[in-house]
Structure formats: structure tokens, C-alpha cells
Design a protein. Structure first.
Length: 262
């Protein structure tokens, strides 16, 4: 991995930043892909386990192999499940999955595909891992079209000439690009959709704190003077129309799904 790659190594911070958003999209996503109960699942890029936990609650899997490159994220994920669960937590790379071929009924990526340096290689690994007739699916923020939960901050950073770092494969996050990738890999019954979700924050301060827990955004904040940071904060507040009460923020994710040929 390159030293400038976006990394997530703090499970608690990630929960505040993105874990709750993961679930917001994950719920309709799992309903949409429609995998039957009792399946063997592969959760690629499981992070702090937010989606894995939802998967256990909503899809009734027989087993889940949850894989992430971050040991710290996996440590957080292991402790979030109170009861014994049919989950095997594995440290590994999305482009070199440590699982046997044709061993899974479904393989999914939740907010991961655009972080994979070579998305086609990551998809090929998921395809290898599932049995013929198995499901391969993913969802990811529609970053290039303003769908990211922190889009308001990103827009204001862009205006001041200090844009936040984008994931290495952000171009694959559009609905058209991800669907084309699935088709090019030879998947059948390929379909895509868009999920628009909302998250209510107690106030603007809570939203701002969640953003500051992002290692990329935090680095930009820390490089500013106090006056610059305050000015940015006020511009973002204005863009969101935030007052002193609860703040409702919308985000949009693209999803894609296909079936491995028999």
C-alpha cells in the first residue's frame, strides 16, 4: 500500500464518521440484493464491523467471513458483537482475498470499491470467491455527483483551493461506471440503483465533529489558522442551512449487483 493511501485505523472515530451512514444505506441494500437466509457471506472491507453487524441482524447468514486490511478496525469489530456470532474476522487485501474459490453464496463491498486501487481486480476476487449462481454486489457514495455525506465541507474546501483527498478509484463510484465494471467482468443479471438516505444530527456541532474524525479532513483543518477554520465552519453551516437545532443531512449511494454464471 502507498503511504498516501486513505486509511481508517480508529474504529470508534469511524463509527461516528461513517458507521451510522453505512447502516442507513445497508438496510435497503440488503433488501434489494435479496440473498436468501442461511447463506455464506463474504464482507470485503468490513472496517469496524458496522455492516457486518447489520448483515447478521437482517440477512440471517449461516456464516460471514469479514475481511479488512486494518488490524485496529478488526479489533473494534470483534468487540461490537455481544453474543457468539458466525463471523470469522480476517486481515487481508481486497485484491487478494484469503478465502477458497467458490466458497461463498454472496460477496459484498459496503463503501469500499472506490478505495480499491484496482477495482477490476477486487471484483475479480469477489467473483472467484462465490459459487456459480452466487451474488456479487456493492454500494458506494456517489462522490463525483455530490452524494457524499461531507459534500458540503468538500465543496467549501474546493472553493478555498484546498480540496480534500479523494479515494484512489473515485471514478468507479458513479452508477454508470460501476454497472459497466460488473458487466465487463461477465456477471449476469446485472442491475443498479440509487439509495438516498438521511441522518439526523443533534446539532451542527455534532456533524462538524463527525467530519473532523476523518483523517483526511482533520489534516486540512489542522493546517488552517483558527480564523480560517472558523470562517470555513460558518460557510459550511450556511450551505447546510443549519441553525441551533437538529440537522438533517442527506447523502446518496450507488449500488450494483450481479450473479455469477453457472
Amino acid at each position: 500500500m502507498s503511504t498516501d493511501e486513505i486509511r481508517f485505523d480508529d474504529g470508534a472515530a469511524y463509527e461516528h464518521l461513517m458507521g451510522r451512514w453505512t447502516v442507513k444505506v445497508g438496510e435497503p441494500f440488503l433488501d434489494w440484493i435479496g440473498v436468501a437466509p442461511g447463506g455464506r457471506w463474504l464482507d470485503v472491507g468490513c472496517g469496524n464491523g458496522a455492516f457486518t453487524e447489520l448483515l447478521l441482524q437482517r440477512a440471517a447468514p449461516a456464516t460471514v467471513q469479514a475481511i479488512d486490511p486494518s488490524a485496529a478496525q478488526l479489533a473494534y469489530a470483534r468487540q461490537r458483537l455481544n453474543a457468539p456470532a458466525p463471523v470469522q474476522w480476517l486481515q487481508g487485501d481486497a485484491m487478494q482475498l484469503p478465502v477458497p474459490s467458490a466458497s461463498q453464496d454472496a460477496a459484498v463491498m459496503a463503501l469500499v470499491l472506490f478505495f480499491v486501487p484496482e477495482p477490476a481486480a477486487g471484483l475479480a476476487e469477489m467473483l472467484r470467491a462465490v459459487r456459480p449462481g452466487g451474488t456479487v454486489a456493492a454500494y458506494h457514495w456517489d462522490i463525483l455527483n455530490g452524494g457524499f455525506p461531507l459534500a458540503a465541507i468538500g465543496a467549501e474546501l474546493q472553493k478555498r483551493g484546498t480540496p480534500a483527498k479523494l479515494p484512489p478509484s473515485v471514478s468507479i463510484s458513479t452508477r454508470e461506471a460501476s454497472e459497466a465494471l460488473w458487466r465487463a467482468a461477465g456477471l449476469q443479471q446485472v442491475r443498479s440503483t440509487v439509495f438516498t438516505v438521511e441522518r439526523e444530527f443533534p446539532d451542527f456541532d455534532d456533524y462538524w465533529r463527525s467530519a473532523a474524525s476523518s483523517n483526511t479532513v482533520r489534516a486540512l483543518f489542522e493546517a488552517m489558522t483558527a480564523d480560517e477554520l472558523q470562517a470555513l465552519r460558518e460557510r459550511v453551516r450556511e450551505r447546510l442551512g443549519a441553525d441551533s437545532g437538529p440537522l438533517l443531512v442527506r447523502a446518496r449511494a450507488n449500488a450494483v449487483c450481479g450473479v455469477k454464471g453457472r
